[in-house]
Design a protein. Structure first.
Length: 479
């Protein structure tokens, strides 16, 4: 949900403009403001003077408001004041060339004048009791006039918070559903459901409107995909088949199965290209009783590689995450990450495993329990440092229990910690029921974290969508 700043400026009636013939607009430079600022006042908000005001001489930022007085401009703070700020006493500082009159006129919601402030007499202006404030200027020679509407924007919600909420609930009956997974190709979402009868269906939605899903369609395949292994690469879904085949689909409905001398167990994700190797997809296969790595560069031909290390999760780990090689580091190494899952002997792990394209390294965790199928989103707190905060919604632990305590990592999974201990404003998930095995997807258009489906501690599948969004990211960063 996009959160709009609350402007202390409502729709105006025509009487705000007075007589349109009074506004003369021949030489704007003779009757304009070149700088608008406010002094610090802790009773309004901390660091008030740091908020920059934009002077829009042509009224393009709010055409409907500007149209109330021909050729009027808009003065506003693009970076809104914190939620709860009351701008009842602002000390205004203006810069201009030469003016004979500077008057603030303030109106109620009906457009009637309620207050006037002559800037020559006082620089204190209160904005909280009035629907609209208009600034009228007259040049020193009296020939030119210019009007501005002054808006003090205030956040409606606290900016430095993540509000967790349900986006949709009980989308369909889950009584006969055995497993679920949601994956994306581009801006399309695909919700796969496996029924107790082993039938697998899929329905679709747009990532910008995840409440509305198509009717479910039975997938067409000679094998049944393991939903926990579904992964998209180059606009194609890959999955390990229940019978050990490698499966592919470009539309989520029609799947091709390719048998192999080895059994495919899981898809491990993509390794982006570097100077040392081309982009390729990893998988885990079972060769006799041994679990091995496999990779493909074209999605068709697979190379069988080394044995998986002891303690490596072979199934039910998180959806894989990939980082591209960095030019400043010579483009020599990209990284692939997975978290949690089950080892070959069925034990759960909490470790993060990372691959540099040649070998895998384990990062054991001291703060997070072992679990299966956690969901991870590479989130952004500051658009200058994208994907720097990883958010982990926990899976199901060894006792079969789901949880709603979120974990985070600021070092790409090397260390996971409870989010509420260091970022409590981001971790208020009490409205969300504990559920594991959800699918996590980020909408890059509005920074919404979406989590789909999942299973509760009683083993019941859920048909809900919940998520959160950092409030500050809905506003453009002021440079």
């Amino acid at each position: 949900m996009i959160i709009c700043a609350f402007a202390l400026c409502l729709s105006l009636v025509s009487c705000l403009g007075g007589s349109d013939s009074e506004t003369i607009y021949t030489n704007m430079q003779n009757a304009t403001i070149t700088s608008f600022s406010v002094s610090d006042n802790d009773d309004v908000c901390p660091n008030l003077s740091s908020y920059t005001f934009t002077i829009d001489n042509y009224g393009k930022s709010d055409p409907q408001l500007s149209a109330r007085v021909p050729n009027s401009g808009i003065i506003f703070n693009a970076d809104s004041l914190p939620v709860g700020s009351i701008p009842d006493s602002l000390t205004i500082s203006l810069e201009y060339k030469a003016l004979s009159s500077i008057v603030f006129t303030q109106y109620n919601e009906s457009g009637n004048i309620r207050n006037t402030v002559n800037y020559a007499d006082t620089q204190y202006v209160s904005f909280d009791d009035y629907a609209t404030t208009r600034l009228d200027l007259v040049s020193s020679d009296g020939q030119y006039k210019k009007s501005y509407f002054v808006k003090i924007n205030i956040h409606k919600v606290a900016g430095d918070t993540v509000r967790w909420q349900y986006v949709a609930k009980d989308l369909w009956d889950t009584a006969e559903i055995a497993d679920q997974a949601v994956a994306a190709i581009g801006g399309g979402l695909f919700w796969f459901k496996e029924y107790d009868s082993s039938l697998v269906t899929v329905c679709t939605a747009d990532i910008n409107n995840p409440k509305v899903w198509s009717e479910e369609t039975d997938i067409v395949s000679t094998d049944s995909p393991s939903l926990a292994s579904i992964y998209s690469w180059n606009n194609t879904f890959y999955a390990a088949g229940k019978d050990g085949s490698v499966m592919t689909s470009t539309d989520g409905v029609n799947w091709n199965s390719t048998e192999s001398a080895v059994r495919f167990v899981s898809i491990l994700g993509v390794q982006f290209a570097t100077k040392n190797y081309n982009e390729h997809l990893h998988a885990i296969v079972k060769d006799g009783d041994a679990y091995r790595f496999a990779k493909t560069f074209d999605g068709i031909n697979w190379e069988i590689g080394d044995l998986c290390p002891e303690g490596f999760p072979v199934r039910n780990f998180s959806q894989p995450l990939s980082d591209k090689a960095k030019p400043q580091a010579g483009n020599v190494t990209s990284r692939l990450y997975i978290v949690g899952g089950e080892t070959a002997n069925g034990d759960m792990t909490s470790s993060t495993w990372s691959c540099d394209g040649f070998s895998w390294a384990e990062f054991q965790q001291g703060f997070m329990p072992a679990m299966t199928r956690p969901a991870i989103i590479q989130y952004t707190l500051d658009t200058d440092a994208p994907k720097s905060l990883w958010i982990l919604w926990p899976g199901i632990n060894a006792s079969g229990i789901a949880n709603n305590d979120i974990y985070f990592s600021e070092n790409k999974g090397v260390t996971w910690k409870l989010l509420k201990r260091e970022f409590s404003k981001y971790a208020d998930t009490k409205k969300i029921m504990p559920v594991g095995h959800v699918s996590g997807i980020l909408n890059p258009n509005n920074y919404w974290m979406y989590f789909f489906g999942g299973v509760d501690s009683e083993g019941k599948q859920q048909a809900n969508i919940f998520g959160g969004q950092l409030m500050t990211l809905v506003f453009d960063k002021i440079k």
